[in-house]
Design a protein around this ligand. Structure first.
Ligand code: MG
Length: 378
C-alpha cells in the first residue's frame, strides 16, 4: 500500500485501474501507475520547464521573491494534494493535473493572454489557455519516437480542458470525446479551487512584498484577513509586522483549504455520492467552498483586482507587455518566413495567425523580449 494514499481511495475517487487510457496504447510500467507516469511526463516536458520564466503577476524586475508560474504551480500541487488526501481522492491524478494546469499560459500572465486573445479576435479567432495546453500535450511536445505529444491518459487530458470551465459541445465539436455534458471527476474539479486559493494568498504576499499593498489596506479590503490578523496581533502583539503578516496569511490559506475540504465532504455525504459516474452525472460541481467562505474568497479576489492588478505601476508594465506581444504578432503574421522552421512548415496546414499565436504563446517572458528586440527593437 502506498504511503501517500494510506487511507485508501474513496468510492467516488478516480481509480487508476478505471482509466480510459492513452490515445496510443502502451504496456504498463513495472513500478509506476498510469497517473504517476503522466505526472512524470509533464515534469520532464519543455512546456513545464518554461513555466520558470513566465510571469504570474509580477515580473522579476523588482524582487527575486515573487512567484513565477512554476512556483505557483508547485503551490497549487501542494494544496491540491492536501485536499485530495483528506477526501480520499486519487492524489497521483491530482498531482498530474495540478502540475499541468498552467502550461498553456502565454508569457506575461493574463496580460499576455488578453493581448493574444484580442489579436486572434481581429482574425475572427480566439486564444484559450486550456485549449492551448491540450495542443501542447497532444502535439507540440515532440519527445517520443512512437507518438506525438506526451500521450497522456484520458482523465488528464479531460482535466486540462475542464478544470476551470465548461465548453459548449455545439461550439466545440472537436472536443466531443471529452464528454462536455458531464462534470469532470472530483480530482479535476479540485484544481480550479486550489488554483484560486494559491493565487489569492500568494498575490497578497507578493503585493505586500512589492509594497503596493500594506497590512492596513488588506485588512480594510478583506474582512476575513482582518479577523485573522486581529487574533494574530492579539497573540503576538510585539512581533514585527512582516512575521504577523506571514502568520495571518498562513492561517488564511489554512482556513480556505479546511473549508473547501469540509464543505465538499458534506456535499458528497448529503448527495450520497458513491461513484465517479455519479460525480459525472450531477448538474453541478461538488467541489466547492461553503457559501460564506466562497463570499470571503471572492472579496479577496475583488480586492486584488481593485488594488493590485489595476495598480498604476502594474498597469504601466502591462502597457509595455501588450506593445511587445502586439508588435511581434503583427510582425510574424506579415513575415511568416521569419518564423522558425517547424512553425513555417505548419503554415502550410494552418492559418498564419494560428501558427504565430502558438509560437508566441509558447515563449517565455525573456524570449519574447529578446525576439522583440531582435526584430523590432530600435
Ligand atoms: Mg494557475
Amino acid at each position: 500500500m502506498r504511503h501517500s494514499q494510506k487511507r485508501g481511495l474513496a468510492s467516488y475517487a478516480m481509480a487508476v485501474e478505471a482509466t480510459l487510457g492513452r490515445r496510443f496504447p502502451e504496456p504498463p510500467h513495472p513500478y509506476r501507475n498510469e497517473y504517476e507516469r503522466d505526472r512524470d511526463r509533464i515534469i520532464h516536458s519543455r512546456a513545464f520547464r518554461r513555466l520558470e520564466d513566465k510571469t504570474q503577476v509580477f515580473t522579476r524586475r523588482s524582487s527575486d521573491h515573487f512567484r513565477n508560474r512554476l512556483t505557483h504551480t508547485l503551490e497549487v500541487a501542494q494544496i491540491s494534494r492536501t485536499v485530495a488526501l483528506a477526501l480520499g481522492l486519487n492524489a497521483d491524478l491530482v498531482e498530474a493535473l495540478a502540475l499541468v494546469h498552467d502550461v498553456g499560459h502565454p508569457p506575461f500572465g493574463h496580460v499576455g493572454e488578453g493581448a493574444l486573445h484580442r489579436l486572434m479576435q481581429s482574425h475572427g479567432d480566439s486564444f484559450d489557455h486550456n485549449l492551448h495546453a491540450l495542443r501542447i500535450v497532444e502535439s507540440f511536445e515532440q519527445k517520443y519516437v512512437e507518438y506525438p505529444g506526451l500521450n497522456l491518459t484520458f482523465e488528464v487530458r479531460e482535466g486540462i480542458i475542464k478544470h476551470s470551465r465548461g465548453y459548449d459541445p455545439k461550439l466545440y465539436p472537436e472536443l466531443g470525446e471529452y464528454r462536455l455534458n458531464d462534470q469532470p471527476p472530483l480530482e479535476a474539479q479540485l484544481i480550479d479551487l486550489a488554483d484560486e486559493i494559491a493565487y489569492n494568498c500568494s498575490d497578497l504576499d507578493d503585493g505586500y512584498e512589492s509594497k503596493l499593498l500594506t497590512v492596513p489596506l488588506i485588512r480594510k479590503g478583506s474582512p476575513l484577513f482582518n479577523q485573522i490578523y486581529s487574533s494574530v496581533d492579539r497573540k503576538y502583539h510585539d512581533a514585527i509586522e512582516k512575521l504577523k503578516f506571514n502568520e495571518a496569511l498562513k492561517r488564511l490559506m489554512d482556513t480556505l483549504v479546511t473549508d473547501l475540504i469540509e464543505a465538499t465532504r458534506q456535499r458528497i455525504q448529503r448527495g450520497r455520492v458513491r461513484s465517479v459516474a455519479h460525480v459525472r452525472s450531477r448538474h453541478d460541481r461538488l467541489m466547492t467552498m461553503s457559501p460564506r467562505m466562497a463570499r470571503q474568497n471572492k472579496r479577496i479576489k475583488e480586492f486584488l483586482y481593485a488594488k493590485l492588478y489595476s495598480h498604476p505601476k502594474v498597469r504601466a508594465e502591462r502597457k509595455l507587455i501588450v506593445k511587445h506581444v502586439d508588435g511581434l504578432f503583427r510582425f510574424f503574421v506579415n513575415h511568416p518566413r521569419r518564423l522558425p522552421d517547424s512553425y513555417r512548415a505548419q503554415v502550410e496546414r494552418e492559418s498564419v495567425h494560428r501558427v504565430v499565436c502558438d509560437y508566441i504563446a509558447g515563449m517565455t517572458d525573456h524570449y519574447l523580449q529578446d525576439q522583440y528586440q531582435k526584430f523590432l527593437g530600435k
